[in-house]
Design a binder for this molecule. Structure first.
Ligand code: 2P0
Length: 322
């Protein structure tokens, strides 16, 4: 039994940073993201009923470090299927892995869909979503395309759906790579440290509800200026909460800060662009289509920026690995 799937990473404009206590992998807050069509994870899962051990190959290399996360993701699928045997997972990213570019989101979304396809369960989107969530709190967003909302109520019931397709508001994204290689503190440990030790965590959590409601309204109205203001504020509040942790978490390097300044200068000059930054030093600039060349050129000239990758918003995860 085997199945394969392709999923894109996503970048959150209203971010998830902190889990619900004692609720498995459930985020403590909703989030809103853009699916990035110019990066992809392609994953194949084979279940061998003869037995043996689960195995993960990531970007062509055997990987035991992320095997537990893979098993967590497959668990909801396995509990629905009679005998699955050992899983052999082969996953490839066409973009830097573990560097704050949401490879865990696209990775767990592709794995959930590939595993469900292998087991004949792909027609159950709720189950695929639960498998993605068990792997990574940002992964259900990568099952959907365009502008994606993940909402969670006070009881911990969650749902995830696309608000607008890429065609309905075709924003562009430029990613400034300021550092290659793995980030220092992975998101899971970083958000847990923030929740446990940062005096700013409660304030961060308290601001999420209105940010999410306001960002939804801005997306519905295609109000770029409002979405820019909300996204930059939400991003910097997440990092402020992380910087308040003990020991402090600083995901920025010098070039990250210079990119922030450059994007703000471009916006002051009238270019429709804003920045957002996840748990790593890379900077994502979101802009209207006509601004993309100027934004990419300007970021490419910031000292310390190694390269700029850019493109369109992407669609939903899909079976197959074209
Ligand atoms: C986000 N991040 O909303 C935020 C912003 C990073 C910064 O979701 O522990 O890899 O697997 O649920 O999903 C990264 O966290 O963490 C993330 P787990 P995940 O995109």
């Amino acid at each position: 039994m085997h199945g394969s799937a392709t999923a894109h990473p996503n970048v959150a404009l209203v971010k998830y940073w902190g889990k619900r206590r004692s609720r498995g992998n459930l985020p403590a807050m909703g989030s809103l993201s853009l699916t990035l069509g110019f990066f992809a994870t392609r994953t194949t899962v084979r279940f061998d009923e003869a037995g043996g051990q689960d195995q993960l190959t990531l970007n062509g290399r055997a990987n035991s470090r992320d095997l537990k996360r893979v098993q967590d993701c497959l668990a909801p699928l396995r509990s629905r299927s009679a005998a699955t045997g050992a899983a052999a997972v082969d996953s490839r990213n066409d973009f830097p892995t573990g560097a704050g570019l949401a490879s865990s989101a696209s990775g767990m979304a592709a794995l959930a869909l590939a595993g469900a396809t292998a087991l004949g369960l792909a027609e159950d989107p709720d189950l695929v979503g639960r498998a993605a969530m068990a792997g990574s709190g940002s992964a259900p967003r990568s099952l959907h395309g365009g502008f994606v909302l993940l909402s969670i109520d006070s009881q911990g019931r969650w749902s995830c759906r696309s608000l607008l397709s890429p065609d309905e508001w075709p924003l562009k994204v430029a990613v400034a790579i300021t550092q290659a290689g793995l980030k220092q503190t992975d998101s899971r440990s970083g958000m847990e440290l923030t929740r446990r030790t940062s005096p700013f965590y409660k304030a961060w959590l308290a601001s999420q509800k209105s940010d999410l409601a306001d960002a939804r309204a801005a997306v519905a109205q295609r109000d770029f200026g409002r979405l820019a203001e909300l996204s930059e504020g939400n991003c910097l509040r997440m990092h402020a909460a992380a910087m308040g942790a003990s020991p402090p978490l600083v995901y920025f390097n010098g070039a990250t800060v210079e990119c922030i300044n450059r994007v703000r200068a471009l916006a002051r000059d009238g270019l429709p662009v804003f920045f957002t930054i996840d748990a790593g030093p890379q900077v994502k600039a979101v802009c209207l289509p006509d601004a993309l060349d100027d934004v990419s050129d300007a970021l490419g000239r910031v000292p310390g920026v190694r390269r700029v990758l850019s493109g369109d918003l992407g669609g939903a995860a899909r079976p197959g690995t074209p």
